[in-house]
Design a protein around this ligand. Structure first.
Ligand code: ATP
Ligand code: MG
Length: 271
């Protein structure tokens, strides 16, 4: 049974979060059924892409136990406080908050769901986001507590589900799409990542993990398909060095597709 005091505390926390994120126009969650499909890669590059298009953008790394956004954006060091607010870090103009910057690299976070949810709520309620056009939350794999917390607290107006073309990922993406539908997120869309590889030497396309399954899945689930992002070796090498392909090489095949997806997001959500 929840006590009156606990109820009041929860209501206060909800209000604090709602007030703090009230100046963020659009809130997007990126998640997937399966791990390792490129959620962080997509979140980071879409954020940069939106920023390049002139929008104030931020990334909330909601992967508390496996935070990878700092690695892919090159942000280092500790976060700073201003009064009782956490100041987000910045990479190429994109504001970022991540658990990784609150820990030493070898420190493991062994927290149960409620603790992870509490941290996410703190990222929403205590970070000085300010006025912003888009905040993108990069979630851990699966349909666990983090997704529920984000849905309840962040009130996203768009969910982007990432899948690879393989059957094992597509099957799991159905669960993720169903969850987004249950959470009544108004815009739900699918991206196929790691969709084919163009050989850098001969230009021949290799469908390493297959291709086309994402589009088909989106049609079957009656949701928009945002695009098929190819495998790009430079993108992976840059990501490992904390650099972004859309910033460094905006004419690469992968960057072109990412900017097309950015256009679609702008069209769907507006500013
Ligand atoms: N289109 C792509 N081309 C090349 N490399 C990619 C592409 N998408 C992702 N990668 C690479 O694949 C690896 C996994 O991607 P990423 O970390 O974004 O997946 P994730 O879904 O966020 O994983 P997790 O479930 O662990 O959070 C990373 O090394 C990333 O740089
Ligand atoms: Mg990730």
């Amino acid at each position: 049974m929840i006590t009156k005091e606990q109820k009041e505390k929860l209501a206060q926390e909800s209000k604090k979060i709602a007030d703090n994120i009230s100046h963020i126009k659009h809130r997007i969650v990126v998640f997937s059924g399966k791990g390792g499909v490129g959620k962080t890669m997509v979140s980071v590059n879409l954020s940069y892409g939106l920023h390049v298009h002139g929008y104030k953008t931020g990334i909330l790394d909601a992967d508390i136990t496996g935070p990878n956004v700092p690695k892919m954006t090159g942000i280092q060091g500790e976060v700073h406080m201003s009064g009782n607010k956490i100041i987000p870090q910045e990479s190429h103009g994109v504001k970022i908050i991540s658990m990784a910057n609150l820990l030493s690299p070898d420190q493991a976070v062994i927290w149960r769901g409620p603790m992870r949810s509490k941290m996410i709520n703190q990222f929403l309620g205590d970070v000085e986001w300010g006025n912003m056009d888009y905040l993108i939350a990069d979630l851990p794999p699966g349909t666990g507590d983090e997704v529920l917390t984000i849905a309840q607290s962040m009130k996203p107006d768009m969910a982007i589900i990432v899948t690879t073309p393989q059957e094992v990922s597509l099957i799991d993406s159905v669960r993720a799409i169903s969850m987004a539908k249950k959470m009544e997120i108004s815009q739900i869309a699918l991206i196929e990542n790691m969709s084919g590889l163009i050989c850098p030497d001969c230009g021949h396309r290799i469908d390493l993990f297959g291709s086309g399954g994402g589009k088909k899945q989106a049609e079957e689930m009656n949701i928009p398909f945002l695009g098929a992002i190819p495998i790009n070796i430079d993108a992976r090498i840059m990501a490992d060095k904390g650099k972004s392909i859309v910033i460094e090489k905006n004419d690469a095949d992968i960057s072109v597709v990412i900017f097309q997806i950015v256009n679609k997001i702008e069209n769907v959500l507006g500013v």
